[in-house]
Write a protein that binds this ligand. Structure first.
Ligand SMILES: Cc1ncc(COP(=O)(O)O)c(C=O)c1O
Length: 387
């Protein structure tokens, strides 16, 4: 068996994003026991940092051992009891996954589909609710399959009308866009470690409002998942630290360092950096002659969905970017397979250098695919960066 030697990539896809050297060093620090006082101290500080980044006072804020999907599943399996009515806004692949899991945990699910590439419409959701009360209203804040941003506050207002708890997926938004959990009045939010927070994958930050905690405490039946039972996890994190599972101290140390970097930069500065670099990348892509799926008003800065021009082979281009330039970008999901590229500028990967690198490599690969660039992408991005 040979020693593995993973190559150095530039991760400009929908996630994971580039991991800062100090986060990788934290990951490589000595392993501690999951009940070691130092591990518990790291977890306490990590929870405080996550509250600051979620912009919440919620005591029930922790990181689940697992990827973003574990946070999605934990949120739904704790809030939904069999037969509970759940309204899910679906405008992409991850909204559909939310609806799928809500059904698997026994919810009586009403799905409201919106055309992929546009945000869900609160009026359409209200009409589908047809005056009925719901236990949960769930939506994706940053839909990674299309690059669409969903406004949270109007959905929180709708949840109030429906008597529902409002659940938001912030897997692709946390650390890139304001989630503002308390301000937007979201009751349960889950995210991931590997995108806007620029850690490796493996942890899913979650937060539950006092209303959500109350609903969990008033459940008629125990949570059907032991591993994702949030009251048990809360007890391990913030209570008497009773053993629940052998959590990974290295991941906690790495996410501790990643969140420290986020707070050192400052949330406002971080959001402004993502917005500024995204504008430069858009300027360059448009100068190349490429078209974006989502209009500027609904577009995520940190993830751009780019239409693949006619006659250009999706897989050949992504393979050339990876093999010749060591750059990863994403392909399309579901109906957009072969039709979209997804270019991410997230967390520590959102740098002026990566904007120019992505544009120059894409221009070079497209030129060999017979695509004629309309203008000068580097000059256009440079001008946007300078403005
Ligand atoms: C919006 C959204 N939700 C959920 C997930 C699932 O996260 P994971 O792949 O980390 O399990 C993803 C993954 O990209 C996502 O983009």
């Amino acid at each position: 068996m040979n020693r593995v030697d993973p190559p150095q990539r530039v991760l400009l896809g929908p996630g994971p994003s580039d991991v800062a050297p100090s986060v990788l060093r934290a990951l490589g620090a000595p392993t501690l026991g999951h009940l070691d006082p130092k591990t518990l101290e790291i977890m306490g500080e990590l929870a405080t940092a996550l509250r600051a980044i979620f912009e919440t006072q919620n005591p029930w804020t922790l990181a689940i051992s697992g990827t973003g999907t574990s946070g999605m599943e934990a949120t739904l399996v704790n809030l939904i009891e069999p037969g509970d009515r759940v309204l899910v806004a679906v405008h992409g692949y991850f909204g559909a996954r939310l609806a799928d899991i809500a059904k698997r945990v026994g919810g009586d699910v009403t799905v409201v589909e919106q055309e992929w590439g546009r945000p869900s419409d609160p009026a359409q959701l209200r009409a589908a609710a047809a005056g009925r009360k719901f236990k949960v209203l769930a939506a994706v804040h940053a839909e990674t399959s299309t690059g669409v941003r969903q406004e949270l506050a109007p959905l929180a207002a709708l949840a109030d009308e429906l008597g529902a708890l409002f659940v938001a997926d912030a897997v692709t938004s946390l650390g890139c866009l304001p989630v503002g959990v308390d301000r937007a009045r979201v009751d349960a939010v889950y995210s991931c470690s590997q995108k806007g927070l620029s850690c490796t994958s493996g942890l899913s930050p979650v937060t539950f409002s006092p209303r959500a905690v109350d609903a969990i405490k008033r459940r008629k039946q125990p949570v059907s998942s032991f591993y994702l039972d949030v009251p048990l996890l809360e007890r391990y994190w913030h209570g008497d630290h009773l053993y629940h599972h052998t959590a990974c101290s290295n991941l906690f140390a790495a996410l501790h360092e990643a969140t420290r970097l986020v707070l050192e930069e400052g949330l406002e500065a971080r959001f402004a950096r993502h917005a500024r670099l995204s504008k430069a990348l858009v300027a360059g892509l448009e100068a190349l002659g490429l078209e974006l799926l989502v209009p500027a008003s609904d577009r995520l800065p940190q993830l751009l969905a780019v239409k693949i021009p006619d006659g250009v082979d999706d897989v050949k281009v992504r393979k050339a970017l990876l093999e010749q330039y060591s750059i990863e970008i994403g392909g399309g999901l579901g109906p957009f397979k072969g039709k979209l590229w997804r270019i991410g500028l997230m967390g520590s990967g959102a740098t002026p250098r990566n904007v120019l690198l992505a544009l120059s490599a894409l221009a070079a690969v497209l030129a060999t695919s017979g695509f004629r660039a309309r203008g000068e992408p580097i000059a256009a991005a440079g001008a946007a960066l300078a403005s």
